[in-house]
Design a protein around this ligand. Structure first.
Ligand code: FAD
Length: 480
């Protein structure tokens, strides 16, 4: 029976139950509970089925959102899952951590008309979690096996998406990663309260079940050069992400107790996964009992402040040089952090750090937002005589990431990079200037989003397929 859509006129938007901040502070579980079926159907029926679906247009994967909302409203969940997974390699992950307020939901037409967006992310999560529970998520099975093999460097979302697509096409796929687990930033960067780790581990097992060969603890540059890998495979994809933390050169920046965000988050995630992490155990990368100051305003900074709360910090402050409206991080995450007790110190930036051996405070000055620069963002200007001290025992630098020097690391001086160090590709073919070597994800775009890495991984897989089909055809002609 077809359910009527356009119910937004009489049904309000409703997220799944949100756990209270008091409870959230005590554990590492996700913020929102799941929808029950009736709620997912009801919320899906609010969609206005626009002729021009702006949610879909603003989704990097062009997910066919109106169709899977309609199928969910009609109770046709398995079909909803088929449609949703046709364009997205990990919908259960996007449903949890995409910044929907800036993408699909932010562009939902009923949001623009003041009715509140359809809760697209939570419904996507509901559909895919149901699909896993019901056994509808099957490992890709190729129609025919092909002899050609592809080596993928990096088992983050970009590499995983490419691996899945190439395996579906029957290629022999080898996924290499220097970490001991699959997932990239999904496993060691993003904390469990945004993305529970079993969700990532389940995908890793699914890749192995699909016949993808996983080579973990295998670092290109240490265990093989790029050229050696290229000679093993018919094509290689570089999906290594960006890991060089931006640093802060200021007096006292070498003091003990000033740490890099990703080291801090990785230690926390590893500890949560049951690993023995000496720097966590000895307190170096543990906020328990400390006054914590996090410097930065992006997703990484938000993850650090909320991790520090859960580790039992005495106080947690976030220092950001611009204001709330100009933060790069998701507004939802800022709100979650505030609810959990984080204090935001807007328009403030460090000028130095105090302490003899270990840090005892951050010397900060206040910022005035001046005229907009070429990007349209107001530039921060220091207010003279505004210096003040914020006491701290642990300072976490979350200032963003740049690419590592891949040509040197990979012993591949011929691999072209941009002036920012990202790998240069021909955007029509996703191939670098080195024949048969492709690149995708953050290492091409710079630090970005999971959904863009998935998109790039899928595009790279299609480009690699075209390249390998053409190569096989050329060999066949030559052999005649
Ligand atoms: P990555 O996920 O970084 O994966 C790259 C992989 O390559 C890693 O596993 C790494 O070990 C491996 N590798 C690197 N070099 C080598 C080598 N030499 N040899 C072998 N393997 C190698 N995005 C969102 O959409 N929502 C969020 O909420 C969000 N939160 C974030 C929080 C944090 C703390 C951070 C740092 C980022 C966050 N992002 C978020 C961004 C998102 O995680 C990235 O854009 C995305 O993971 C990029 O995917 P990728 O596959 O390109 O790279």
């Amino acid at each position: 029976m077809a359910t009527k859509m356009l119910q937004f006129v009489k049904t309000s938007g409703e997220m799944p139950a949100k756990r209270t901040a008091e409870i959230r502070r005590q554990d590492w579980l996700e913020v929102y509970g799941p929808y029950v079926r009736q709620k997912a159907e009801e919320q899906s029926s609010r969609c206005s089925q626009c002729g021009v679906p702006f949610c879909q247009i603003h989704c990097p994967l062009q997910n066919n959102i109106p169709d899977w909302l309609k199928l969910t409203a009609e109770g046709r969940l398995e079909e909803a899952y088929e449609v949703s997974s046709a364009t997205n390699s990990m919908p259960e992950i996007c449903g949890r951590i995409c910044p929907q307020d800036r993408l699909c939901e932010g562009n939902c037409v009923i949001e623009q008309s003041g009715h509140g967006a359809v809760t697209i992310g939570s419904i996507e999560k509901y559909i895919t979690d149901t699909a896993w529970a019901e056994g509808w998520v099957k490992p890709p099975t190729p129609l025919r096996e092909r002899d050609q093999s592809v080596g993928i460097i990096g088992a983050g979302p970009g590499g995983i998406a490419a691996a899945e697509q190439l395996r579906r096409l029957g290629y022999q796929v080898h996924l290499y990663d220097r970490y001991d687990r699959v997932g990239g930033l999904l496993i060691y960067g993003i904390p469990s309260f945004k993305l529970e780790k079993e969700i990532v581990a389940r995908r890793a097992q699914w890749l192995a079940d699909a016949g993808i060969q996983l080579h973990l603890n295998f670092e290109i540059g240490r265990d093989a050069t790029l050229q050696e890998l290229r000679s093993r495979h018919d094509a290689v994809l570089v999906a290594t992400g960006v890991y060089k933390a931006r640093d802060l050169q200021a007096p006292g920046s070498g003091l003990k107790g000033i740490v890099a965000a990703l080291d801090y988050l990785t230690a926390s995630n590893r500890t949560g996964l049951g690993d023995d992490v000496p720097e966590f155990t000895d307190g170096t990368l543990n906020a328990a009992g400390k006054r914590v100051v996090v410097i930065g305003g992006g997703d990484t900074a938000m993850d650090c402040v909320r991790t520090a709360v859960r580790q039992g910090a005495v106080s947690v402050k976030c220092l950001y040089r611009r204001n709330r409206a100009n933060m790069p991080g998701s507004q939802r995450e800022v709100q979650n952090a505030e609810e959990e007790g984080v204090e935001f110190v807007w328009q403030a930036a460090p000028e130095g750090f105090l302490g003899d051996d270990a840090v005892t405070g951050v010397r900060a000055h206040s910022i005035h937002l001046g005229v907009a620069d070429a990007t349209g963002r107001q530039s921060p200007v220091v207010i003279e005589g505004s210096a003040h001290t914020i006491e701290a025992d642990l300072v976490i630098k979350a200032l963003g990431f740049d690419p590592e020097d891949l040509p040197t690391l990979f012993d591949a001086p011929g691999l072209p990079v941009t002036k920012w160090g990202t790998v240069k590709v021909d955007h029509r073919t996703m191939m670098t200037a080195v024949e048969g070597i492709f690149a995708a994800g953050d290492i091409v775009r710079g630090a970005s989003l999971v959904v863009w890495a998935i998109r790039d991984g899928r595009d790279a897989a299609a480009a690699i397929d075209s390249f390998l089909v053409a190569k096989a055809a050329a060999l066949a002609v030559a052999a005649e």
